[in-house]
Design a protein around this ligand. Structure first.
Ligand SMILES: C[S@@+](CC[C@H](N)C(=O)[O-])C[C@H]1O[C@@H](n2cnc3c(N)ncnc32)[C@H](O)[C@@H]1O
Length: 286
């Protein structure tokens, strides 16, 4: 048992490519394997445990340096190239058919996004969600990058994330595109965390509004995003508001998760291509 652990550890230690900044995916996989080794390492084998800790620290330091350098690029207005370059080079976790994995699992791209944004944990008590409001869960980064590639947001676009949580979608979209981005979120402490992140990264095209998507101002939006933030009558009410907005201009509605099936039944919307609930879907009016 111990011999096999030593061999596996030695294999990772010898793989110098893991220290290259661009090897996000491989480093993520190695850190996962090291976590398994850490669990399996006998308590008596202090030397083995020390080697695992040292290797984890060395790999995490490479990630930390990469995140620091991308944050610097973002502050000087060159974040899109830096972040998208690394995200594209690493690519998402893929399914057996070679497509980006469906569903709400997370991968090394989420490590990249959370390391770059460094959104602070919300402070204070949460207001609590009313019935039909869905609790916070961030959009997996591979779906977010996929959506950005498919929507090609431009300087004339205003993206509104309905139920923006800690703000990751609006923040990444503002970094990676020329669009103005707005997050609308019920929980005030999430909004505060998102605003602090935007400030720390000097992002001036993104803003966050504390409020209820049923009553917030939607008049600026050209692209709306819903990662199933609410359901039932609440979703119905917001879709009716979006329909009213759509009678005045061209809109795109992007969705992820169970709300996609409801949105797909809206007669005023057409899907831009085939859709499935576990991947981002894009709909257009008119
Ligand atoms: C599934 S999370 C999505 C978070 C974010 N859009 C993302 O993709 O990373 C849903 C969010 O919607 C918020 N929410 C639920 N109902 C809302 C409402 N009526 N108005 C505004 N925000 C709401 C929740 O507090 C939660 O943060």
């Amino acid at each position: 048992m111990s011999r096999a652990l030593h061999d596996l550890l030695g294999e990772i230690e010898r793989d110098r490519a893991l220290l290259e900044p661009g090897r996000l995916r491989e480093r993520g996989a190695a850190l996962d394997r090291l976590e398994t080794l850490r669990i399996g390492a006998p308590a008596a084998e202090a030397g083995l445990r020390d080697r695992i800790e040292a290797l984890c620290a060395a790999l995490e330091a490479v990630d930390g340096e990469l995140h620091r350098s991308i944050r610097q690029d973002i502050r000087r207005g060159a974040g899109a190239q830096a972040l998208l370059g690394h995200a594209r080079a690493a690519g998402p976790d893929r399914d057996a058919a070679g497509a980006a994995a469906a569903g709400d699992s997370y991968d090394h791209l989420d490590t990249l996004v959370s390391g770059v944004l460094q959104i602070e944990a919300p402070v204070g008590r949460l207001a609590g969600l009313a019935r039909e409001m869905v609790f916070y869960q961030p959009t997996p980064a591979r779906h977010l990058f996929d959506l950005l590639a498919r929507t090609g947001l431009g300087a004339d676009d205003v993206l509104i994330d309905l139920g923006s949580g800690l703000g990751q979608v609006a923040l990444i979209a503002a970094i990676c595109s020329g669009a103005r981005c707005i997050g609308i979120e019920w929980e005030a402490s999430y909004v505060q965390s998102a605003r602090r992140c935007a400030q720390a990264l000097h992002l001036d095209r993104v803003s966050f509004v504390q409020g209820d998507a049923r009553t917030a101002d939607l008049s600026a939006g050209t692209v709306f995003y819903l990662y199933t933030p609410f359901e039932g009558a609440m979703l119905r009410e917001v879709l009716d508001r979006l329909k009213a907005e759509a009678s005045t201009r061209e809109l795109r509605i992007c969705t992820l998760g169970p709300c996609t099936a409801t949105v797909a039944r809206e007669p005023w919307l057409q899907p831009a291509g085939a859709w499935e609930p576990h991947r981002p879907a894009v709909f257009r009016n008119g």
